[in-house]
Write a protein that binds this ligand. Structure first.
Ligand code: CU
Length: 207
């Protein structure tokens, strides 16, 4: 057994393995790395799938353990939750669509040539006594508010992003004609917050 291996053989084989140099090793490393990556992806995929299945099973178990009354309550509350169908439009409603920092500039250029935070449009004209349904799309990564105390409105507009704006819809009914100021009360762009037409504007309520 020991005689079969001559003293020269191991030296020859090690030389063969190392002599081809970095080029040869690089050629080997490529497919090896790809194989490893595929294997890792597969393992992670399996783990994710198992985790997902386990989470699903746990939910099922929770539902089964839950007393019937509680389950019914939960079902009822989820049915009336935010995922349910939108409430029907109030009769005579006026629709206003606002955007915070809309494309293409994702903001509004001020007189100094600087792109700053702004609601667009900043001014609205609505009729007295008719509900105003306002939808705001926020393309900014910061939250803002649309606050018009004279109209009884103080709405938080959550942070969004340029690629996926947040969306909020609220309704108010102006009770008297006149001119009302709205402003953003979240500290944002200091220039915009002190200039009408950016983070402050006017709601004109007509008869
Ligand atoms: Cu703001």
């Amino acid at each position: 057994m020991t005689q079969q291996a001559t003293p020269l053989e191991p030296e020859a084989t090690t030389q063969q393995a190392t002599s081809p140099g970095p080029e040869r090793r690089y050629n080997h490393a490529g497919p090896l790395a790809v194989t490893l990556a595929v294997l890792l992806l597969f393992v992670f995929g399996m783990l994710a799938w198992i985790g997902f299945k386990e989470a699903g099973n746990q939910n099922e178990r929770h539902w089964m353990i839950m007393p019937a009354g509680q389950a019914q309550m939960m079902a009822a509350s989820s049915a009336s939750g935010p995922s349910s169908a939108p409430t029907p439009a109030p009769p005579g409603a006026q629709y206003e669509k606002l955007s915070v920092n809309p494309p293409p500039l994702y903001g509004v250029k001020n007189p100094h040539g600087t792109v700053v935070d702004a609601f667009v449009p900043a001014d609205l004209t609505v009729k007295v006594g008719k509900p105003v349904v306002v939808t705001v799309l926020n393309y900014d990564s910061m939250p803002h508010t649309w606050t018009a105390s004279g109209l009884g409105v103080n709405e938080m507009v959550p942070a969004g992003s340029a690629h996926s704006p947040s969306k909020v819809t609220f309704t108010f009914t102006p009770k008297s004609a006149g001119s009302f100021t709205w402003q953003c009360e979240t500290p944002c762009n200091s220039w915009s917050m002190t200039h009408v037409g950016y983070m402050e504007g006017t709601v004109t309520v007509t008869q």
